[in-house]
Design a protein around this ligand. Structure first.
Ligand code: OAD
Length: 284
């Protein structure tokens, strides 16, 4: 069977290997990286928006108008996503992150990059081993340079809440009350909690954008994986690498507005293309 990277030119493969060895490869991901984990994308057929208009569910105005309705949608999404596991694309990136080769900037709020990093933690049971179908972990690869930098979650996290009164951010659901019904309230001040995600019309956290754009500038190669590249400022991340003279490889079965500008477009699902392109730290 042909590999999705059969047509990738040698100079691009060399640049990828060099970037991995120097820790200057950036993975910029969107909903498509999690598609094969069973999480619908936003804009595709059967997408997350559940035939609703985003502005009815994911804006501060919608939340003010109908907090119960908005929470109902987030409870539904979280319950669905909590059953999903990282796929080979998340796991390959996680192995390389532990090996110091890759940094991750994601638009996803599903937490699967974080879970993959936990599974690839050296010594973790999820990190390969006899009988495992997972790729070898960083234990067999180049020397590790300490724990990976946490992924930048540009659009926040489904598994955290923020208090609309005191601003406190907490993991959610609460360990001592895992029920997911109605709008939850703050344990500190009893204010109304909201999902700790970025809604349309809201600014991204400056500490997140600062880190994302610094990494995009430092990257010699950025992989734009599974994103329609239409939501800004996030979609500016791969363009920043291009503007600095770096290479951008788009991994997406479909055409996007980035396709015409990037160095190369690999038209394959992330679960195939990412492991084929990066290998694993033990077997690049
Ligand atoms: P989209 O749903 O807009 O785009 C998903 C992309 O993934 C599409 O271009 C698909 O072609 C591609 N895709 C589908 N399956 C794939 C696979 N197996 N492998 C690789 N690619 C695949 O999702 P995002 O680009 O993430 O923001 O959307 C960006 C933002 O818009 C989201 O973060 C969210 C949404 O509104 C907020 O909620 C603020």
């Amino acid at each position: 069977m042909p590999s999705p990277i059969d047509t990738v030119p040698g100079f691009v493969l060399d640049a990828v290997r060099k970037a991995l060895s120097e820790g200057r490869l950036l993975a910029f991901t969107g909903a498509g990286v999690s598609a094969e984990s069973g999480i619908p994308t936003f804009r595709g057929p059967g997408g997350m928006w559940r035939n609703k208009r985003p502005e009815d569910l994911a804006t501060p105005e919608a939340f003010r108008r109908d907090p119960e309705g908005v929470w109902e949608w987030y409870h539904w999404r979280r319950a669905r996503i909590a059953r999903c596991r990282p796929n080979e694309a998340h796991l390959t990136l996680a192995s390389w992150a532990w090996a110091g080769g890759v940094r991750i900037v994601t638009q996803n709020v599903d937490g699967l990059h974080d879970l993959a990093l936990e599974l690839r933690r050296p010594g973790s049971l999820g990190q390969g081993g006899a009988g495992s179908s997972l790729a070898p972990g960083p234990g067999s690869g180049p020397p590790r340079r300490g724990p990976p930098e946490p992924p930048v979650r540009l659009h926040g996290s489904l598994f955290h809440t923020r208090c609309t009164a005191c601003g406190n951010v907490t993991p959610y659901p609460f360990e001592d009350d895992p029920s997911e019904e109605g709008p939850p309230t703050c344990r500190q001040c009893e204010g109304l909690l909201r999902p700790a995600v970025v809604w349309f019309g809201e600014a991204l956290a400056p500490e997140d954008t600062d880190r994302a754009f610094r990494w995009a500038t430092e990257a010699t190669v950025t992989l734009s994986i599974g994103t329609s590249a239409v939501v800004f400022p996030a979609a500016q991340v791969p363009l920043t690498t291009l503007a600095g003279g770096g290479i951008v490889i788009e991994i997406n079965p479909e055409e996007t507005p980035l396709s015409a500008q990037c160095t190369l477009h690999v038209r394959a699902p992330a679960v195939q293309a990412v492991p084929a392109l990066l290998g694993s730290p033990g077997h690049p």
